[in-house]
Design a protein around this ligand. Structure first.
Ligand SMILES: NC(=O)C1=CN([C@@H]2O[C@H](COP(=O)(O)OP(=O)(O)OC[C@H]3O[C@@H](n4cnc5c(N)ncnc54)[C@H](O)[C@@H]3O)[C@@H](O)[C@H]2O)C=CC1
Ligand SMILES: O=C(CO)COP(=O)(O)O
Length: 333
């Protein structure tokens, strides 16, 4: 049994706290807002974001960061990606050398183009930082439905420790040394999922969805490989796996926000309606900047940016994608 602090009590932090407690660990769940801690103390669940996933009586609910970090063998950082830097900064003073922090947020910081684990390492240099990512909607993990995911770390022993703490008969964890590939896939699949949602909202069909998924992973893997990631990671759980689930699932907030935009909502109105984090909106510009920096063609991510930030009508964007200059599929000729 390990003593684990889960930092962030939105839908994902709550589902992981539930899973880890079921695995026999002692859990402290930190909330950003005092109202959230009060909600958990009263109802033992996130009534707002993950109703029905009830946490046991011995889970400790707190909004005191130090209490959630002190004496913990493992910390799970589950705040939204735009809050990873500020939360890490606030954690720094309480983290002991070598304490393991597993990032589960999916994003790339627009201003610096850093991954989430890069940010945590910069803010908390004494920590040992890892990542856990893959096709894993909180709503399904919270029902115990079979799910697979990958733990990435610099050291094999750390990845294997995370694997053994999280794994159970319905939650299968693989390990990988390719943290960069895992994080690039995780962040950019959300941008492609916005496009898939937009296509659904416009009334397009399964052919369109398959095209976005297939050409989406092609552009993500081109970029990731140029950045130094392992090409196979993009055909694994945190690449094609998470891209498929996010483009197809009824639970995906990114797909849902895209769907609403396809139906004519503005980006802001769609985000408000979804009422939870829509990470693709934050990663879209970062994806575009990375494509410019590494000189990689990323046509889907480019048009998603135009739809989000330049008011390009979604149907016009799809037309433009379809009528790009002729290409060969492999880029081999
Ligand atoms: N929900 C899911 O199924 C999954 C989510 N993730 C990732 O987990 C991360 C967290 O997402 P969710 O839990 O789904 O979000 P959520 O929308 O369910 O909850 C957001 C939480 O963040 C808190 N928050 C807001 N501003 C904050 C700030 N400035 N500092 C710290 N906390 C703040 C809110 O109080 C709320 O508890 C995201 O990066 C998401 O991509 C990853 C896998 C699955
Ligand atoms: O990353 C996720 C599932 O693996 C969650 O995706 P959404 O943020 O689109 O709901």
């Amino acid at each position: 049994m390990a003593n684990i602090g889960v930092i962030g009590s939105g839908s994902w932090g709550t589902a992981l706290a539930w899973l880890l407690h079921n695995n026999g660990h002692k859990i402290t769940l930190w909330s950003y807002l005092t109202e959230e801690t009060e909600m958990f103390r009263q109802h033992h669940q996130n009534v707002d974001k993950l109703p029905g996933v009830v946490l046991a009586d011995d889970v400790v609910f707190t909004c005191d960061l130090e209490e959630s970090i002190r004496d913990k063998e493992l910390l799970v950082l589950a705040v939204p990606s735009p809050a990873v830097r500020s939360t890490s900064r606030n954690m720094k003073a309480h983290v002991r050398p070598g304490q393991i922090i597993v990032d589960v947020a999916k994003g790339i910081e627009e201003a610096t183009l850093m991954t989430m684990t890069d940010i945590i390492e910069e803010e908390i240099p004494q920590a040992e930082v890892a990542v856990l990512s893959g096709p894993s909607h909180a709503e399904e993990v919270g029902k115990g439905l079979p799910t697979t995911i990958v733990a990435g770390a610099h050291r094999r022993e750390t990845a294997e420790l995370i694997q053994s703490l999280f794994m159970n008969p319905v939650f299968r964890v693989y390990t990988s040394p390719d943290m960069l590939g895992i994080e690039i896939g995780a962040a950019l699949k959300n941008v492609i999922a916005l496009a898939a949602g937009i296509a659904d909202g416009l009334g397009y069909g399964d052919n369109t969805k398959a095209a976005l998924i297939t050409r989406g992973i092609a552009e993500i893997s081109r970029l990731g490989t140029a950045m130094g990631a392992h090409p196979n990671t993009f055909f694994g759980l945190s690449g094609i796996g998470d891209l498929v689930v996010t483009c197809a699932s009824v639970h995906s907030r990114n797909r849902k926000a895209g769907y609403l935009m396809g139906k004519g909502y503005s980006m802001t109105a769609a985000m408000e309606e979804v009422h939870m984090v829509v990470e693709g909106v934050y990663s879209a510009r970062a994806g575009l900047k990375l494509s410019e920096k590494y000189q990689i063609e990323m046509p889907i991510i480019k048009v998603v940016n135009q739809v989000l930030f330049e008011e390009k009508p979604a149907d016009v964007a799809v037309n433009e994608l379809m009528q790009r200059m002729k290409k060969d599929e492999l880029g081999a000729w």
